[in-house]
Ligand binder design. Structure first.
Ligand SMILES: Nc1ncnc2c1ncn2[C@@H]1O[C@H](COP(=O)(O)OP(=O)(O)OP(=O)(O)O)[C@@H](O)[C@H]1O
Ligand SMILES: [Mg+2]
Length: 636
């Protein structure tokens, strides 16, 4: 139903696509993946005609209905939540308004009066109005809206809720091809689970952009990855895709490493012997051998490393914040009834619990963004509170460049420091001169994080900080947060993120808080949820259940690997130094041996010759040791 061929697209120097092709058929369920800024959202825009391609064709089957959810929400006006969800056909919302106004006997404006009662009803019925309305309401409920929200004007809602309303519209409309750009970003876990279940039974074709592995695994039957400016299609879910890609990468890496090893071996020979007349020809032939090789490209590494010491906040008192007998309600809905909480300096606490239990509310209460109805919130000595949520990206100035935006901080930092930090969040080179309004969703989130980390408060409250981020950016954030010496309280869906960071879990349910004085693993053992993710929203269970393994190396393991690597490098360097010293010494001996005085002193000459021979043997032995040890430094 959709065919792309020979697509090319560049923004200035940066080429996003060259010769990209893709075919989407009826019944396809495709996950579109790639790192932040790879061009996923741009591809959607090319398909929908929002952006022209530089080259190539996009063709859609005639009359095919395509529905699209953008990554970021467009501005909204007076329309209500229900009206957004009902905007599925021309005139539908208007008819709905008239009927509703008549039902509630409100005054309707004169234009609406002109149409006869029967006409309106007939047309509404033709469009299956009542059925559609019922369906929309059911979907809105699934996505977390309460009945009382449905008639609120959309402009009173946060961006995330507006997105949900649009999502409800798409699901109600049921287009033949549903294109969703990171739809789970705006969902909480409970509505995410509902949405995932709903999409499973979706009758049309799906093309979904997502960084959420579990979501993709549950839904898709094919993955399309943006790689080397092309679209590569793999059959199977995300896990299968990773395995297939890993196998292909491993093959390439093995071939590349074997070649590099050979080159290094030849080069080592050349370096050692090129000065020696006796071996010069051999060295020359090895140089030619290296030159003649058909060299493989180095594998593209996905994980750029963070080598940056993040600024640390001023130290706070031992007791950072405490809540005493706190009560909080949203209108009728009582969320907290007398909770106590105490947070100590340096703790990294994750909030978990069933949805609607009030995790975000608790975070906002801690932040002072919401004020409790009763009870006390006390800040400890010298505590500065910072609150981060995905909506921080809405506070970036569209007209500024990345660098200008990052430099706009109270922190006393040099431009160099700002650039280094931007670099560790993957804005390198010219990328710092991009304007904020052309940044991809993930790039905006990273910029907002950089701003936060340049001047970190000593109590950091984060609501879903990994939203929009790809894997390497999540790693950059983890690196920053593991260095962070302040106190952290956060909410996240990302089990990996939680596992690396949290040292304490607080479960909130039924207006109560239950602390688990251990990390997420410990908490998992205490719940009996079906999956690590389900455990996030679990109630407090009893028996421990075996848990699935996570394949990434743990923080500890990664640390160990890095430390081993450092030791190995030191060892290799020590050998090199020793060889150099011996060679210098041998050169000195040779010189001395050539002196007439030495010829005349037989004993001295003998002694020097002996030393020279011993040196040569030692150099020989060290050289072979050097080869063995140096080869261990290469990735295997
Ligand atoms: N008008 C433009 N001018 C210059 N660069 C642009 C423009 N529009 C987009 N870009 C750049 O093109 C790249 C691709 O953007 P796109 O939004 O398609 O990424 P994405 O794959 O959707 O990323 P994310 O996972 O962060 O959403 C980004 O680096 C972005 O900054
Ligand atoms: Mg995008």
């Amino acid at each position: 139903m959709l065919t792309l061929s020979g697509i090319a697209k560049s923004y200035g120097e940066r080429t996003l696509f060259a010769g990209a092709a893709l075919q989407v058929n009826r019944g396809d369920r495709i996950g579109l993946v790639g790192p932040n800024g790879a061009g996923k959202s741009t591809l959607f825009s090319l398909i929908l005609g929002g952006e022209p391609a530089d080259e190539g064709q996009v063709s859609t089957e005639r009359d095919a209905v395509i529905g699209y959810l953008p990554q970021e929400s467009a501005p909204v006006g007076e329309e209500t939540v229900l009206e957004i969800a009902l905007d599925v056909a021309d005139d539908f919302v208007r008819l709905h308004r008239i009927i509703k106004a008549r039902e509630t006997k409100h005054q309707v404006d004169s234009e609406l009066h002109e149409e006869s009662h029967d006409d309106v009803h007939e047309r509404y019925n033709e469009l299956n109005g009542y059925l559609v309305e019922a369906k929309a309401k059911q979907i809105l409920a699934g996505l977390g809206f309460r009945d009382s929200d449905l008639d609120s004007p959309a402009r009173t809602l946060s961006g995330g809720w507006v997105m949900r309303a649009h999502l409800a519209r798409l699901l109600t409309q049921e287009p033949e091809l549903l294109m969703l750009d990171e739809p789970t970003n705006h969902l909480d876990l409970e509505s995410l689970m509902w949405f995932q279940g709903y999409l499973k039974g979706y009758p049309g074709a799906l093309l979904v952009i997502s960084h959420d592995r579990e979501f993709l695994d549950a839904l898709v039957t094919a993955i399309v990855e943006i790689r080397h400016r092309r679209l590569v299609r793999y059959t199977g879910d995300f896990t299968k895709f990773l395995a297939q890609r890993e196998a292909a990468d491993a093959q390439h890496l093995a071939a590349y490493n074997a070649q590099q090893k050979e080159i290094a071996h030849l080069q080592a020979f050349v370096d050692r012997f090129k000065a020696k007349a006796s071996k010069a020809t051999q060295a020359q032939s090895k140089i030619r051998q290296i030159e003649r090789m058909d060299k493989l490209d180095p594998p593209e590494s996905d994980d750029r490393k963070v080598g940056f010491r993040f600024p640390q906040p001023a130290r706070s008192g031992q007791k950072v914040i405490w809540l005493e007998q706190l009560h909080f309600a949203y209108g009728e809905t009582q969320v907290y009834r007398g909770v106590d909480l105490e947070v100590q300096r340096g703790e990294r606490i994750v909030l978990v619990g069933p949805n609607g239990a009030g995790k975000s509310t608790l975070l906002k209460l801690l932040a002072g963004k919401l004020v409790a109805d009763q009870g006390e919130r006390v800040l400890g000595h010298n505590v500065a509170v910072g609150y981060y949520s995905q909506y921080r990206i809405e506070m970036l100035e569209p007209g500024r460049t990345v660098l200008e935006e990052a430099l706009d901080t109270d922190a006393k930092v040099t431009e160099q420091a700002v650039r280094t930090l931007l670099g560790s969040f993957l804005f390198s080179g010219d990328a710092v001169f991009k304007r904020v309004d052309v940044l991809s969703g993930g790039e905006k989130s990273r910029l907002a994080l950089v701003k936060l980390l340049l001047d970190p408060p000593n109590l950091l409250l984060m609501d879903e900080p990994t939203t929009h981020l790809d894997m390497s950016s999540i790693d950059a954030l983890v690196a920053a947060m593991t260095q962070f010496e302040g106190t952290l309280v956060f909410i996240s869906h990302d089990v990996h993120f939680i596992k690396t960071l949290a040292d304490k879990v607080i479960h909130t349910a039924g207006g109560k808080l239950t602390p688990y004085l251990g990390d997420y693993e410990f908490y998992l053992h205490k719940t009996n949820a079906d999956s690590e993710r389900a455990a996030l929203t679990a109630g407090t269970g009893a028996e421990a259940k075996p848990q699935a393994k996570v394949s990434r190396p743990s923080h500890q393991e990664a640390k160990q690997i890095r430390s081993d690597l450092r030791k190995q490098k030191k060892l290799v360097q020590a050998i090199e130094t020793e060889i150099d010293d011996l060679e210098t010494r041998s050169a000195a001996i040779t010189k001395e041996l050539e002196l007439p005085e030495t010829w005349n002193d037989g004993a001295r000459a003998k002694e020097l010759s002996r030393e020279l021979k011993a040196n040569a043997e030692r150099i020989e032995a060290l050289s072979s040791k050097w080869e063995t040890e140096a080869s261990r430094l290469e990735p295997s």
